[in-house]
Write a protein that binds this ligand. Structure first.
Ligand SMILES: C[S@@+](CC[C@H](N)C(=O)[O-])C[C@H]1O[C@@H](n2cnc3c(N)ncnc32)[C@H](O)[C@@H]1O
Length: 260
C-alpha cells in the first residue's frame, strides 16, 4: 500500500493550478491589454501555481513565498523535477513571510485558496495589501480569492469522492460576532480509516466589500470582483467574469482583483 501523501490528496481535492494560471494571465491581459511576465504566488505552499506559470512560455517567471519549509520541500521534490531546465530556471522560491519588506516585484501577485484569511485584523490585512501594492510593478494586479454563502454561517461538513479516497471539508465553527471560523480537511483512503484534521485553518470570513475597501485604502486605484457563472443544474461552471452584482447562494467562490 502506498504511504499516505497529504499533499497529493490535497492537490487532487482542492487545487487546479493549470486553470488558475490561465485565469491570472487572462485577467491581467483583459485589464492591461498586454500579457504579464512575472507572477508572485504568495502563501505558495507546494508552489504548484509557480510551476504551471513557468510552463506558459519562455517569458513567464514566477516567485513563490511561504513561511513553511515542509510544503516548499514537497514542491522541490515532486513538482519542480517535472519542469524542463528552462522552466526550472524561471521559478524561484523564498521561505519568507509575505509581510516582509523587499519581496520580489511582480506583474501579478496571487493569494489563493483563501490563505490571506489568516489575517484576522483589518490592520494586518491592510499591511499585507500595502506590501503587495509596494512590490507590484506599475499597472500590476493583486488577485485574492474569497468564499462565502449561507452555508458558512454554521458548522457543516461536505464530502467529495475521488478515485481512491474521500475528501472532507469540515467547518467546525463560525462566530457571527468576530466572523472567525475554523475549518479542517480530512481524508479517507478507500478501505482505510478516516485521517482527521490533516489540514486546519483558523480564518476570519472576510466579505467581498471589505476586501475591496481595504485594497482601495492601501492605494489600489480600482478593484473588481470576478464571480463564477452557473451551469443549468445550478452548480459553478468554473468561468469567472467581472460583475458588480452577485447571486445569493449557499456557497460561492469569487476573486477580488486590485489594480495598481
Ligand atoms: C491554505 S495554505 C495554501 C497553500 C497554497 N497557496 C494552495 O493554494 O494550496 C496556506 C499557506 O500559507 C502559508 N503562510 C501562512 N502565513 C504566511 C505568511 N505570513 N507568510 C508566508 N506564508 C504564510 C502556510 O505555510 C501555508 O503553506
Amino acid at each position: 500500500m502506498a504511504p499516505f501523501d497529504k499533499y497529493s490528496y490535497y492537490r487532487r481535492s482542492v487545487q487546479a493550478p493549470d486553470t488558475d494560471v490561465e485565469f491570472l494571465r487572462d485577467t491581467y491581459k483583459e485589464i492591461r491589454g498586454v500579457l504579464p511576465t512575472t507572477l508572485r504566488e504568495d502563501f505558495c505552499g507546494t508552489f504548484s501555481i509557480c510551476c504551471e506559470w513557468a510552463k506558459l512560455g519562455p517569458r513567464y517567471r514566477a516567485h513563490g513565498i511561504d513561511l513553511d519549509y515542509e510544503p516548499i520541500q514537497y514542491g522541490m521534490t515532486h513538482y519542480l523535477p517535472q519542469l524542463s531546465t528552462s522552466q526550472k530556471e524561471r521559478v524561484q522560491i523564498h521561505q519568507e513571510n509575505v509581510l516582509n519588506p523587499g519581496l520580489p516585484r511582480a506583474d501579478v501577485i496571487a493569494a489563493m485558496n483563501f490563505s490571506h484569511f489568516i489575517f484576522k485584523e483589518r490592520a494586518m490585512m491592510k499591511s499585507y495589501f500595502h506590501n503587495c501594492y509596494a512590490t507590484l510593478n506599475p499597472g500590476g494586479i493583486l488577485v485574492c480569492d474569497a468564499f462565502g454563502g449561507s452555508r458558512c454561517g454554521e458548522a457543516n461538513e461536505e464530502e467529495t469522492k475521488h478515485r481512491g479516497f474521500t475528501y472532507y471539508w469540515d467547518q467546525e465553527s463560525f462566530d457571527p460576532v468576530s466572523n472567525y471560523a475554523t475549518f479542517h480537511i480530512h481524508f479517507k483512503p478507500d478501505g482505510q480509516k478516516k485521517i482527521e484534521k490533516v489540514f486546519t485553518y483558523d480564518w476570519r470570513m472576510w466579505t467581498l466589500p471589505e476586501l475591496r475597501e481595504m485594497m482601495m485604502e492601501t492605494g489600489f486605484r480600482k478593484t473588481h470582483v470576478y464571480w463564477e457563472g452557473t451551469t443549468k443544474s445550478g452548480a459553478g461552471d468554473g468561468v469567472f467574469r467581472p460583475t458588480e452584482k452577485g447571486e445569493e447562494c449557499e456557497a460561492w467562490i469569487a476573486y477580488v482583483v486590485g489594480e495598481k
